[in-house]
Design a protein around this ligand. Structure first.
Ligand code: ADP
Ligand code: MG
Ligand code: ZN
Length: 615
């Protein structure tokens, strides 16, 4: 909620409160219906004319109630000055006037009335108090300012819930041991790190790990997310940080966890946008607090980030995050363990095998795998099955990799043809080239942004990639476009993503990986994806040379793709036809088509020494 909506809300509430107040005042009239008032002189005239039947005085009040002989009633004020005179007149009047005296009106406090008047005021006061406290950094909307989770109640996460992150668990296990029994460590003189930074790609389980430490140690867990500091008023971020640390210290031993710390901890300086000052204040407060406590207080600070590279160097200085734990994308074993954790409570059919899923999901994080199993379970339920079969896993994989299927009839027949040839082009080049990843599936069903897709998966996880692999990948990426050119002679925009990827790859090969013989083993520019011209100063001549080299590499890859597709034109046609008919071809169906190509070289059977170094 920003300031203007808050003010608007305040105005609305004020309007409601004042309407209530006005209503209450008007109701006063109804509660005690006033008699028709009449002027004093009129009353005297009526007395003189003998029209008055009865007069009621009220003790302690100047108001009298008059009943006329014709039954009318009214009230009037009797000025005290005339009271004795009027009284005498009334007593002597003919015909006689009945004179009565009513007791003074109940002067006790009418509580209900009082409440009616005070309630709106109370509402107002509460409102102002609430708003002020918010401005001073009270609660964040819909979410506790500090989300304090004590283990045992709702934080039952343990290390068992985190699979395939052995190193991280070992590191954090030490923290747990310390929190459980600090004296064991302090007595021997061991110094426990006061700050632990978990870093790694999104979805690898960093947040989960931090919760698990608290759950294991059974200590309170105070957490804020870096994004809680975004879009707050001046000074709020800093005061939140202060409160976070105060709360934790009061309840030590405890864990403080700041998730997505990069949102606050991005390195300072640079562009002076308006949000920056607030962020810097928050960061400064964080640094002050981190320096202001030591592990003797029994508080341990854990933070997580996907972007350790953009963190302010002050955060990484010794004495702050003494320990930095990488949480990596899991390997095949890790994936198997994660799948085992997440398939608990899900009914997997006999043909859905965790081992196979693990092998088919290189690059998947824990979050991806959890998502995959959930999608598969949803599909199985939608299909009224009692268990999750291989088919559901397969479909869920497509969904997770490429997004949900789009409505079918959005493509014209001609477009369908073009996409079929395009994807078949990718697949055939990928199949023929020895260092490209094996083709698992080809589809012309639109998913997400892609009109079709060709799924190539490495046989095993790769950490290093060789130049020949990258060259083959470039050719495969261009295979789609080249097939379009060969068949239709009129290329479409469908290849834009392929072209983008090829360009990026070629640029990295030249400027980062030292894979261009022409330019040698030198790094140009600052990082991948960034224009190399924005890095270190570079002569125009050199920039031209880099461009030239990138162009040469891409052209060579395109040429390679063209040769393959021209040579295997009949297979290309056959696969395109099959795709139009079936829309998706799985591994067996593809292998059957590929038999027409005959045996192709496989990277594992190639003697690396004789692999041509330049394609
Ligand atoms: P991160 O904080 O690194 O972005 P999260 O901890 O938020 O990742 O992970 C999101 C979800 O993915 C978790 O709640 C959990 O269900 C699943 N997950 C991620 N990593 C793992 C893992 N190593 N073991 C089990 N589940 C995991
Ligand atoms: Mg997270
Ligand atoms: Zn493509």
């Amino acid at each position: 909620m920003n300031q203007t909506t808050r003010i608007r809300l305040l105005l609305i509430l004020l309007a409601i409160a004042s309407a209530f107040l006005v209503f209450t005042i008007f109701r006063d009239g109804d509660v005690e219906p006033a008699l028709e008032p009449l002027g004093f002189s009129d009353f005297i005239a009526q007395v003189d004319n003998g029209e008055v039947d009865e007069v009621e005085f009220t003790n302690g009040s100047a108001r009298i109630t008059v009943t006329l002989t014709n039954g009318d009633e009214f009230s009037t004020l009797l000025p005290p000055l005339y009271a004795p005179e009027v009284a005498g007149q009334l007593i002597e009047a003919t015909p006689p006037i009945t004179i009565t005296t009513a007791p003074a009106p109940d002067s006790g406090i009418d509580w209900i009335r009082l409440l009616e008047v005070l309630a709106p005021l109370l509402v107002l006061v509460a409102l102002v108090w609430f708003i002020l406290s918010r401005m001073r950094g009270g609660k964040k909307e819909g979410k506790n300012f500090t989300d304090r989770t004590k283990s045992g109640d709702d934080n039952s996460v343990t290390f068992d819930d985190v699979a395939g992150a052995k190193e991280a668990v070992v590191e954090l296990g030490e923290i747990r041991d310390f929190l459980k029994d600090p004296t064991r460590f302090t007595e021997i003189g061991a110094k426990i790190p006061k700050g632990v930074l978990l870093y790694g790609p999104p979805g690898t389980g960093k947040t989960l790990l931090a919760r698990a430490v608290a759950g294991e140690a059974g200590v309170p867990f105070y957490t804020l997310s870096g994004s809680d500091f975004v879009e707050v008023y001046a000074g709020v971020g800093a005061s939140r940080v202060r409160k976070l640390f105060d709360d934790a210290r009061e309840n030590a031993p405890a864990i403080i966890f700041v998730d997505e710390i990069d949102a606050v901890g991005r390195h300072r300086g640079g562009s002076a946008t308006s949000g920056n000052e607030e962020r810097e204040q928050t960061l400064n407060q964080l640094l002050v607090e981190m320096d202001g406590f030591d592990t003797e207080t029994g508080v341990i600070f854990i933070a997580a980030t996907n972007r350790p590279d953009i963190l302010d160097s002050a955060l990484l200085r010794p004495g702050r995050f003494d320990r930095q734990v990488a949480v990596e994308t899991p390997d095949v074993d890790g994936r198997r363990q994660i799948l085992a954790v997440h398939s608990k409570g899900k009914r997997l059919g006999p043909d859905a095998d965790i081992d196979t899923i693990a092998r088919r999901t290189p690059g998947f994080t824990g979050a991806d795998l959890a998502n995959l199993l959930n999608e598969a379970a949803l599909l199985a339920a939608r299909r009224n099955q009692t268990f999750i079969g291989d088919k559901e896993i397969d479909d869920a994989l497509d969904r997770v990799i490429a997004g949900p299927e789009k409505g079918a009839n959005t493509l014209s027949d001609r477009e369908k043809y073009i996409i079929a040839y395009h994807e078949a082009g990718h697949a055939i080049v990928g199949h023929v080239l020895p260092n490209a990843d094996p083709i698992h599936k080809v589809s012309i069903i639109a998913r997400g942004k892609a009109l079709g897709f060709t799924l190539a998966l490495p046989e095993k996880d790769k950490i290093l990639r060789s130049r020949s692999e990258l060259n083959d990948e470039m050719a495969m990426l261009l295979g789609g476009r080249i097939a379009e050119e060969i068949i239709f002679g009129d290329p479409t925009t469908g290849a834009h993503n392929d072209i983008e990827r090829v360009t990026k790859l070629a640029r990295s090969m030249v400027t980062q990986y030292g894979m261009s013989p022409e330019l040698g083993l030198q790094k140009f520019g600052s990082s991948i994806g960034e224009s190399y011209a924005s890095g270190a100063p570079m002569s125009e001549d050199l920039a031209k040379k880099i461009d030239q080299e990138i162009r040469t590499m891409i052209a060579a890859a395109g040429e390679e793709a063209r040769e393959i597709l021209t040579l295997h034109r009949p297979v290309l046609d056959q696969m395109a036809e099959a795709l139009i008919e079936r829309e998706t071809l799985n591994k067996e169906q593809l292998d059957e088509i590929f038999t027409k190509i005959g045996p192709v070289a496989n990277a594992d059977t190639i003697d690396l020494r004789t692999t041509p170094s330049h394609k």
